[in-house]
Every structure is written in structure tokens, then in C-alpha cells.
Design a protein around this ligand. Sequence first.
Ligand SMILES: [Zn+2]
Length: 231
Amino acid sequence: MSLWDWGQTLLALLFPERCPFCDAISVGGGPCESCASLDHEESCARDLPEPGNVPCFSPFRYDGEIREAILRFKFRGRRDYASWFGGKIAKELLRRDLSRNAVLTPVPISAGRMRERGYNQSLLLARAAARVLEIPCVELLEKVSENQTQHLLSLEERRKNVRHVYRVKNGKAMQKEIILLDDIVTTGYTLAECAATLREAGLHVRCCAALASAADRDGQAGQEDEKRGKL
Ligand SMILES: [Zn+2]
């Protein structure tokens, strides 16, 4: 056994993967036996608004127990859910035959948010999905200015609020098509703006994927949760 393998074994013993619903130790990650019924996939496809004009696919509705688990993943430091969640996104893309020869890239967060949270949840999802799909995960975008938190804004303000806050930081010569990935899609303006930014730099965006899609297209559920996450 190599030193790295020993390290991984030690980590697994110290921090075993846990069920994303009830927190019981779950060998291999994902839901434990008693929570298996909560693993309720509800595939969703929708078109994102201007300026993205790109479809977005999700394996879950942003609802119920899944929503609670995503909130813990995003706001409560439960980054250990990433491999299970990322696997779900990978499965969704595979099912639709969308991942072939593509590159995954996450929606970035600002430097300030990164300091506060310690991780970019969308990057963790992208890495986990890319591992399953055996395609590259590359951070192509960065967030260059700190905009207002979306939940404080009206729909129209939200659309304007994300304009020009992203920039392509590398991969300008990328030939492969890109799948843009985020955790939750609510209004879709963030993903649409990221897709437009990539295209303006001459890159090709195949589609977007999000772990969960908020059923309410005005983003009401997402707004409430963003507020809760801030508490
Ligand atoms: Zn459980």
C-alpha cells in the first residue's frame, strides 16, 4: 500500500462518508439503507434565459429532503456530500448522452465568498462528476466583482446584477465543448451569464447542468434558502 493509499484509508476512518439525509455512517457515501427512498430523482430539462440561450439539465427538484441536504452541502460545510451529488449529475449527463468529449467547468464564486465558505461547492460537484465521466474538469471562469446577493433583488434586478461579473481566466484555446455546472438553478440568470461570457471569448458551450432545479421559476424557494444560509 502506498503512502497515499494509507492516507486515504486513515482519512476514511477519521471522517467516514455519511448519509446525506440522516448523517449515519454510510459505506461508500450516499444514502443509508433506511433513507434509500428519499433518493428521489426527478430529472428536469429547461431552457435558460437570455443571454445564455442554452439548455440546463438537473437530476433533482429543489425540494424536500434533497433541498435540506443541498443546504447542508452549500452552507454547513458538508463537502463530503460532493461525490454522491456529483455522481448524480454525471448519471444525468450520461443518460442524455451529453458528456462525450466535453469539459466540465464550474460557476465560480468570488474571492470574498471563498474566504467565508472555504470551498466552491460547484467546483466540488464538477470534480466529482468529471471523475465519474472520465472527462476533464477545468476552472475556466472567475468572478471579478462582488455583486449584491441575488435574493435581495427583483427578477429584473437579478438579471442585471450578474451582468459582466464573470471573466474567462484560462482555456481561451479550448477546442472541446463545455458543460457549465452549478449547484442550484433558480432564475437561471447566473448560468446564462456564465455561458454568455464563455461564448464571448469564443468558447463553445454545449449545455448547463445543475444538481437541482427550483420548481418556482421566479426563484422564490432559492431566495428563502439563500437567506437561511446567511443566518
Ligand atoms: Zn440515512
